[in-house]
Design a protein around this ligand. Structure first.
Ligand SMILES: C[S@@+](CC[C@H](N)C(=O)[O-])C[C@H]1O[C@@H](n2cnc3c(N)ncnc32)[C@H](O)[C@@H]1O
Length: 193
């Protein structure tokens, strides 16, 4: 299966959005709530319908960028956040993103939506677009990696082996505040460049 733009557009067209929880997830909300500096440069890759983007906007974060392959979720974010700058809603492949110098990148069900053979590229792209000291923060699924996906799973050990050569692993633990359907199935992490 090719995880192309058309694949994702089709999912949005058919309303086949099993990942879409309809609101900012508790672990990301609680992380965002303790951020002190509203001017930091934030990226939400593979943002989908972008509930965390709307949440950041509501709290007054004004240096937020979104990249998604699909057009439909970007349109939805535009409607939900009319003041969000249009040039920061980027319809592109994450791996081709030119914008860089991010302080923070928020991850949720984007990594698991990529073909597993792109994982090493994901680590390198993240490293390339973060500032020194910048962080990727978010959630990874904690169920075995199989051929069946997306979502493609993984384990704490697999994630450690993948990220440790390029990032300082500050936290990589079972999330205590997952939404009910994801309880005991996800790891919360903070990786620092
Ligand atoms: C499983 S959805 C997750 C959406 C959102 N993060 C959430 O939690 O609701 C994956 C999203 O990543 C986007 N996507 C997949 N591959 C991508 C790529 N290479 N570059 C940018 N976006 C991509 C898809 O269009 C889709 O919106």
């Amino acid at each position: 299966m090719k995880l192309t733009k058309d694949f994702w557009e089709e999912k949005y067209k058919n309303g086949d959005l099993k990942w879409d929880i309809g609101h900012v997830s508790t672990p990301l909300k609680e992380y965002i709530d303790q951020l002190e500096h509203k001017e930091i440069k934030i990226l939400v890759p593979g943002a989908g319908n972008g509930y965390e983007v709307a949440y950041l906007q509501m709290l007054g974060f004004r240096n937020v960028y979104v990249v998604d392959l699909a057009e439909q979720p970007l349109k939805r974010i535009k409607t939900a956040c009319p003041d969000f700058p249009k040039d920061r809603l980027i319809q592109a492949d994450f791996f081709d993103l030119e914008e860089n110098g991010f302080d923070l990148i928020l991850e949720q069900t984007f990594f698991c939506a990529l073909a597993p053979e792109r994982r090493a590229d994901y680590v390198q792209k993240m490293k390339a677009i973060l500032k020194p000291g910048g962080k990727i923060v978010g959630l990874f699924f904690d169920f075995p990696l199989t051929e069946v996906g997306p979502p493609f799973g993984g384990s704490k050990t697999e994630y450690e082996n993948l990220f440790k050569p390029s990032f300082q692993i500050k936290i990589l633990e079972r999330a205590y505040n997952s939404i009910q359907p994801r309880k005991d199935k996800e790891l919360f992490f903070i990786f620092e460049k």
